[in-house]
Design a binder for this molecule. Structure first.
Ligand code: C6P
Length: 423
């Protein structure tokens, strides 16, 4: 999978073939140069959160050292500076995702808050008892629980589209589940626990043929592949800044303005109003209607810096390089005795979940940690998915564009150490 148009992603052959200067990019991330327990850090927990390049750290420092002020309120110099930087970041994100207008970009705390906003604002307004919400069997808890809460509140019903043993969505089953009662579809672009890339463009088309709105959870896609929202044509899209080399506590909800205009505010407070009396409040226009209170200004500015940084490298070369890492790691890990990869979809992002003989995933993670290797072990906030595969937990290595094949070799050596300890 190194060229062509897929799932709303355009991979340019030319840029995908250019040599990827990983040694150069690694220098942008100060944290990667450190040692853990006296050993060079190997950071393979990028699906949980990614490391921050110096430009992002500098942007945060610059804001607090030179520009700190509240936005959209002050008439003084600093407030203007902060407001400009905040508003510029919105345009940066809009262009990054190819959204139609900046006002369709709402800053939220992260993917989780974005989904909760849609479920509460759209869902509570437009769904009723007997309606159905369709998700998939590979969703993160953030794309399950908000819909369950909505179901409790409205009497709507949550349906789940099944997957096969490789961790691929059964598209025919998905289509069969779409019926006149289906009033909302919410799907992960990429599974955080399996790495599966869902054919979201096709799924969105299927839902749209039945006039059903679709939310795409882009927490794992936006940092690793080019996303063109106009091409995808989803109605909502969410991602988290901290997985995209930006700060924690900031993320994005994209919504088509025709939906956002019809939706009531999620929270009330400052900045989301145009006029308030004790009798009635008139709400502000988009996007401010959904940004009540003083936002995470530094976070937004930091996210803007992260997006600019990633866009300069290019998502197509990043995706192509990460595919190389995925192929290499899949081959090397498959050679480790007793290792079983969970999630072998044909279309995969650079995430590998596995179980190692009968060693508990937490023990795998703990011993690798002693070797300076950071992975994640557990249910990855996808407990129903673990149940589907009959495992309580997996170990998960997830790669970013600053990882190297040498680091994968270190992971494999670390797994042999685990086996020596436990057998
Ligand atoms: N997955 C992982 O280690 P927040 O916490 O709001 O930034 O992102 C939530 C979320 C939503 N959807 C998907 C597909 C995700 O992967 C995540 C976060 C992390 O896999 C933390 S559990």
């Amino acid at each position: 999978m190194n060229s062509s148009k897929r799932s709303g992603t355009v991979i340019s052959k030319q840029s995908a073939r250019a040599p990827f200067d990983v040694a150069h990019y690694r220098k942008d991330f100060p944290i990667l140069a450190q040692k853990v327990y006296g050993k060079p850090l190997v950071y393979l927990d990028n699906a949980a959160t990614t490391q921050k390049p110096q430009v992002v750290i500098d942007a945060l420092e610059q804001y607090y050292a030179k520009e700190n002020a509240n936005i959209h309120r002050g008439i003084h110099y600093l407030s203007q500076q902060a407001t400009d930087a905040y508003d510029d970041a919105r345009v940066t994100v809009q262009k990054f995702l190819s959204a139609r207008k900046p006002s369709e970009i709402i800053f939220v705390r992260g993917a989780t808050e974005g989904i909760n906003l849609v479920s509460q604002s759209y869902g509570r307004t437009f769904l009723k008892a007997g309606d159905e919400i369709l998700i998939t069997a590979m969703e993160h808890h953030s794309n399950i629980v908000p819909w369950q809460i909505l179901c409790e509140q409205t009497g709507a019903k949550l349906r789940t589209s099944p997957i096969n043993d490789d961790g691929e969505l059964l598209v025919n089953e998905f289509e069969k589940l779409l019926n006149p009662k289906t009033k909302f579809v919410s799907i992960a672009h990429i599974s955080n626990a399996l790495g599966t890339i869902n054919p979201v463009k096709r799924l969105i088309q299927m839902a749209h043929e039945r006039r059903i709105p679709v939310l795409i959870d882009g927490a794992q896609s936006a940092p690793h592949m080019a996303v063109d929202l106009q091409d995808l044509d989803c109605d909502f899209f969410v991602f988290s800044g901290h997985k995209l080399f930006g700060p924690t506590g900031i993320g994005v909800l994209y919504g088509k303005s025709e939906y956002l205009e019809k939706m009531p505010p999620y929270q009330g407070g400052g900045d989301m109003i145009s006029a308030v009396t004790f009798e009635k409040t008139l709400y502000n226009k988009l996007p401010f209607k959904f940004e009540a209170g003083t936002p995470h200004i530094a976070g937004v500015i930091g996210l803007g810096a992260a997006v600019n940084y990633v866009a300069r490298i290019g998502l197509d070369p990043i995706f192509a390089y990460e595919q190389e890492l995925l192929e290499y790691a899949t081959r090397k890990l498959s050679e480790v005795s007793g290792l079983r990869i969970i999630g072998e979809a044909k279309e995969k992002a650079s995430i590998i979940s596995f179980v190692l003989a009968d060693v508990h995933a937490h023990d795998v993670g703990t011993i690798l940690d002693q070797e300076g290797i950071a992975i994640r072990a557990g249910h990855h906030c996808a407990m129903p998915l673990m149940e589907r595969f009959g495992v309580p937990a997996t170990a998960r290595a997830s790669f970013a564009f600053y990882n190297t094949k040498e680091e994968i070799d270190r992971l494999v050596d670390g797994l042999h150490t685990v086996l020596e300890v436990f057998t």
